[in-house]
Design a protein around this ligand. Structure first.
Ligand code: NAD
Ligand code: DAU
Length: 339
């Protein structure tokens, strides 16, 4: 069968493509990505020549290009990773988030309707639930937790989720949605917390921690996320939302200190900077539904995953140095220079 993976030149999408090609070599994977600042073709270099893989540079908002691709490939499944994904950028410039994350989703689903596609899967996020208080460790996000967004990014992802559910109910489109917690692992773009701290440590640069560093995220190794999506698209129930997370809550400051220690760098590099506007306090997923229905459990413990991740950034300096030496420098200046 043929699966179209949108946003496959980004962090999670590329890891998902590697997962599919490894575990389902009988399937054909077509990656559709318009290579924004976050998309990197070199990430896909190792699979580019595979006979069952094709890369197509196109925008998910480009209806004509999307329809043409569906016409050519006659896919059975669409997995939509394509998105503007960075909260800080959404605070600077919300417009492109609304365009890609909402209208792009609509274009893909319209094509699914037109070509009678078997499954549309929307890769969503736990950020659609808003945040939880630090003093209520007993609370977790379930699939029934009301949508309550904080940033333009999360509002755009929540809007897309509502649209996906509306296409299911109104048009009978066979959809599934997954809402995952924070991922980490290889090919994570260096604007995000973990790779940014690794890169800055290796360059002996200050480590900018927002606010007091007390915010909590629920970290999951990217391959475990890919495995969960693979189960959902093959065995998940149509019309359902599945939360994905591994009960691995950590404070930002503890992650940064752990990275300093692993790279033998002094904690004096840590610099507390002005907090993110509207900064969500705590995310924590209850993954009971996906565990009970699909038997999913995370396989990589954080202690092992972070070790593997740090080693990957040590072994693949070319990949991230190339990124941070380009346009990224302007972004970094703008976001951090006077913070
Ligand atoms: P990313 O920013 O690393 O990659 C996004 C990819 O989408 C890039 O390759 C980019 O070129 C592509 N893209 C952007 N706009 C496009 C457009 N208009 N047309 C075609 N391609 C486009 O993002 P990521 O961290 O890999 O996240 C992937 C998905 O998973 C997103 O939908 C995000 O909301 C969701 N998610 C991410 C996390 C996380 O921790 N990173 C957790 C939960 C959910
Ligand atoms: O929860 C899932 C979400 O996780 C995804 O939907 C998003 O696409 C993804 O980017 C991620 O969002 P976060 O905002 O949680 O991730 P980020 O890496 O940007 O920040 C993690 C935490 O670290 C957050 O509390 C802000 C803080 N932070 C981040 C950066 C970049 C810092 O303290 N300093 C920084 O320089």
């Amino acid at each position: 069968m043929t699966i179209i993976v949108t946003g496959g030149a980004g962090f999670i999408g590329s890891n998902f493509i590697f997962y599919q090609l490894k575990h389902h070599p009988e399937d054909r994977i077509v990656c559709l990505d318009n290579l924004t600042y976050a998309g990197n073709l070199s990430t896909l270099a190792s699979v580019m020549d595979r006979p069952n893989f094709r890369f197509v540079k196109a925008d998910i908002c480009d209806r004509e290009a999307v329809n043409r691709l569906f016409d050519e490939e006659k896919p059975e499944i669409i997995v939509n990773f394509a998105a503007e994904s960075h909260v800080d950028r959404s605070i600077e410039d919300p417009g492109v988030f609304l365009r890609t994350n909402i209208l792009g989703t609509q274009v893909l689903m319209d094509a699914c309707r037109k070509y009678g596609i078997g499954r549309y899967h929307q890769v969503s996020t736990d950020e659609v639930y808003g945040d939880l208080p630090l003093d209520r460790p007993d609370l977790f996000f379930t699939e029934e937790t009301p949508i309550h967004t904080s940033s333009p990014y999360s509002a755009s992802k929540a809007s897309a989720d509502l649209l996906v559910l509306a296409y299911h109910r109104t048009f009978g489109l066979p959809v599934t949605i997954s809402r995952c917690s924070n991922n980490y692992g290889p090919y994570h773009f260096p604007e995000k917390l973990i790779p940014l701290m690794i890169a800055n440590c290796l360059n002996d640069k200050p480590l900018p921690v927002y606010g007091k560093g007390e915010n909590v995220r629920d970290w999951l190794y990217v391959e475990d996320h890919c495995k969960a999506i693979d189960l959902i698209i093959r065995k998940g129930r149509v019309g359902e939302v599945y939360n994905i997370g591994g009960h691995n809550e950590m404070k930002n400051i503890d992650i940064v200190k752990l990275i300093c220690k692993a790279l033998d760098k002094p904690e004096s590099l840590i610099t507390y900077v002005t907090d993110r506007k509207g900064h969500d306090m705590r995310y924590a997923i209850d993954p009971t539904k996906i565990h009970n229905e699909l038997g999913w459990l995370p396989e990589t413990k954080f202690a092992d995953g972070i070790k593997k991740t740090i080693q990957w950034y040590l072994d693949n300096r070319d990949w991230w140095e190339e990124i941070i030496s380009g346009e990224y420098q302007n972004y970094y200046e703008k976001m951090y220079a006077n913070r």
